[in-house]
Ligand binder design. Structure first.
Ligand SMILES: NC(=O)c1ccc[n+]([C@@H]2O[C@H](COP(=O)([O-])OP(=O)(O)OC[C@H]3O[C@@H](n4cnc5c(N)ncnc54)[C@H](O)[C@@H]3O)[C@@H](O)[C@H]2O)c1
Length: 284
């Protein structure tokens, strides 16, 4: 598809946590549908309490290469969602460069494991500060520019299955992901008058570095009843990419399909909604 042909042609998307995983998939997908991209990521460890490998500058550079390969432009910068001033600066620079802001994907997040009555204050603070307060800072930094641009828009808040149900062993993560639902729904009411829609997505088990099978197995080994809260993905006979077989994990590109739908005109009646992206797993 030529870069100018997509449904998001002429639009601009701001994506946090865009160096790898789902954030990169969203950047590439929205660009392939015609949007220019403002991509930020911390590109270094967030806290000693996060045990999986951090994203790197090279990861963000790979996102830039992949977006540019679609023919769209990208402004990428190493920014921490715990730094409001830096978020505001990159939004201002992006709007200066690209002229407007239409789509926000508040995707940056971290995960760790432990029982709530045993975890350290640092473990609690890292997850809440990035996932909940970082989502608020993203909104605080970017929504005024979207209103100012005057074209309406779509805000996609990346929550989780843990934002809709109990997840013993990561209650701080669940608290943060339930918290962003409150932000989503209140913001939908606050910005509807500007033609801006706001929705949250709730993925379950996406194949990214955040998922640490050994950490989950350790928790389930210690507290076997917790496993009931983490149902396996149902069997999918034919996936959307035409490949057959059992896929326990979803791919980031499958989540990006949903983000592109929420960003685009096909979801124009949807605001203040929680969209499960879980192949029905939460119904178990
Ligand atoms: N992987 C899953 O199964 C799953 C399921 C549900 C929801 N989620 C959510 O999806 C989102 C994306 O996660 P992912 O699965 O792609 O994992 P990931 O670890 O690959 O990606 C998260 C990205 O966010 C960035 N980030 C973390 N803290 C940041 C900060 N303070 N400032 C800026 N960037 C920061 C990381 O550097 C990383 O590139 C997260 O919000 C996560 O909670 C993931």
């Amino acid at each position: 598809m030529a870069a100018t042909d997509g449904p998001l042609s002429g639009q601009v998307a701001f994506i946090t946590g865009a160096a790898r995983g789902q954030g990169r998939a969203h950047a590439v997908r929205l660009a392939s549908e015609g949007a220019d991209i403002i991509a930020i990521d911390i590109c270094k460890p967030v806290s000693d309490t996060i045990t999986y490998p951090a994203a790197t500058s090279e990861d963000l550079a790979e996102t830039v290469r992949a977006v540019e390969a679609t023919g769209r432009k990208v402004l990428a910068r190493e920014v921490d969602v715990r730094d409001l001033a830096a978020l505001q600066q990159v939004v201002a620079d992006g709007v200066e460069q690209f002229g407007r802001l239409d789509i926000i994907v508040a995707n940056a997040g971290v995960l760790s494991w432990g029982r709530m009555f045993e975890m350290s204050e640092e473990q609690w603070d890292a997850v809440i500060d990035v996932n909940l307060s970082g989502t608020w800072r993203t909104i605080r930094a970017a929504v005024p520019a979207m209103i100012e641009a005057g074209n309406g828009g779509s805000v996609v808040v990346v929550s989780s299955s843990a934002g809709l149900k109990a997840t013993p062993g990561n209650s701080h993560y669940g608290a943060s992901k339930h918290g962003v639902v409150a932000l989503t729904n209140a913001l939908a009411l606050e910005v509807g008058e500007f033609g801006i829609r706001v929705n949250s997505i709730h993925p379950y088990s996406v194949d990214t570095p955040m998922i640490e099978p050994h950490a989950m197995m350790e928790i389930f080994g210690k507290y076997p009843t917790y496993i009931h809260s983490f149902s396996p993905m149902p069997y999918v006979a034919v996936n959307h990419d035409g490949k057959e077989g059992l896929k326990e994990f979803m791919q980031p590109t499958e989540v990006a399909d949903v983000v592109a739908w929420l960003a685009g005109p096909g979801s124009s009646t949807i605001s203040g909604s929680q969209i499960a992206v879980d192949r029905g797993t939460m119904k178990y």
